[in-house]
Design a protein around this ligand. Structure first.
Ligand SMILES: [Zn+2]
Length: 279
């Protein structure tokens, strides 16, 4: 698992892998896709495409921003020790992730969640005996109010073990759409994958960069933006959000850092027929 660092001009962005690759059958993640689409995607993100097995390979990672002297995490990966019996590689893990993070947990001042899926919240807590306690006890943890409400109403296990302990410790901030948790950082609503998914717009960068969460899971959705993942709550809305964001990225030069890309973290997209390619 290799980590990467980008200098965004006044802001440093690191991607620290938590599981890489995370492999799924193409036809499972993208039921409406074709093997041909995966072949075309391989030209854009080859390590994300196992053509022989017809599988997609994702990277699950945590982003670390250094901005104005603060350390900010965006999303929190899978975590260790969590009960995830439906996903063997996520179940009761023990990894060296916190060592690879390279900064003391106490130095993290902000943790932003794009959405609350199991692969985006896990490191927010760690096991202490029978309890889950905050991994980053000096950080405010911030998520859209509507995203939290959606999952809390279902008692979704990753929210119960990775978010509720933050709330009980008084470290959780539930915010409205478009909230700016820090000057130079702003949540940007990207609904569809989840009802209140939000990207994080790095306004302080030399050129605007959007941490775009799961608007695109894979380069296959550049080739075929209409293809929706099996994990999206609202396929219609997910498709509309992706089309609008890709058009903006191509026309206005908004660079995208998607949550699960492998070969290249920063995507500058250009139109290519009915789809998109990387510049
Ligand atoms: Zn994800």
């Amino acid at each position: 698992m290799s980590d990467w660092t980008l200098d965004l001009g006044g802001v440093r962005l690191r991607g620290i892998a938590d599981e890489d690759p995370f492999t799924l059958p193409r036809s499972f993640l993208f039921p409406d896709s074709t093997p041909q689409m995966l072949h075309e995607a391989a030209a854009l993100d080859a390590p994300a495409c196992d053509l022989a097995r017809d599988e997609v390979q994702l990277r699950i990672q945590v982003f670390l921003l250094e901005i104005a002297g603060r350390l900010v995490l965006v999303d929190a990966g899978i975590g260790d020790g969590k009960e995830r019996p439906n996903r063997p590689s996520w179940h009761r893990r023990s990894t060296n992730f916190l060592a690879r993070l390279g900064v003391p947990p106490d130095d993290i001042s902000l943790v932003l969640f794009t959405h609350l899926h199991a692969d985006h919240v896990g490191w927010a807590t760690r096991r202490d005996g029978e309890r889950w306690v905050p991994t980053f006890p000096r950080a405010r943890h911030v998520v859209a109010q509507a995203e939290y409400a959606h999952w809390a109403a279902q008692s979704y296990a990753p929210v119960m073990d990775s978010i509720e302990p933050l709330r009980e410790a008084g470290l959780l901030d539930l915010v409205p759409p478009g909230h700016a948790p820090l000057p130079g950082l702003r949540f940007r609503p990207l609904p569809g994958h989840k009802p209140a998914q939000a990207g994080v717009l790095v306004e302080a960068a030399r050129q605007p960069v959007l941490l775009a969460a799961d608007v695109l899971h894979h380069a296959l959705q550049l080739v075929a933006p209409e293809v929706v993942s099996a994990f999206c709550s609202s396929p219609e809305q997910a498709r509309a959000t992706r089309h609008a964001l890709l058009a903006e990225a191509a026309e206005a030069g908004l660079a995208l850092v998607t949550a699960h890309a492998r070969a290249q973290p920063l995507w500058r997209v250009v139109r290519n027929g009915a789809g998109y390619a990387l510049a």
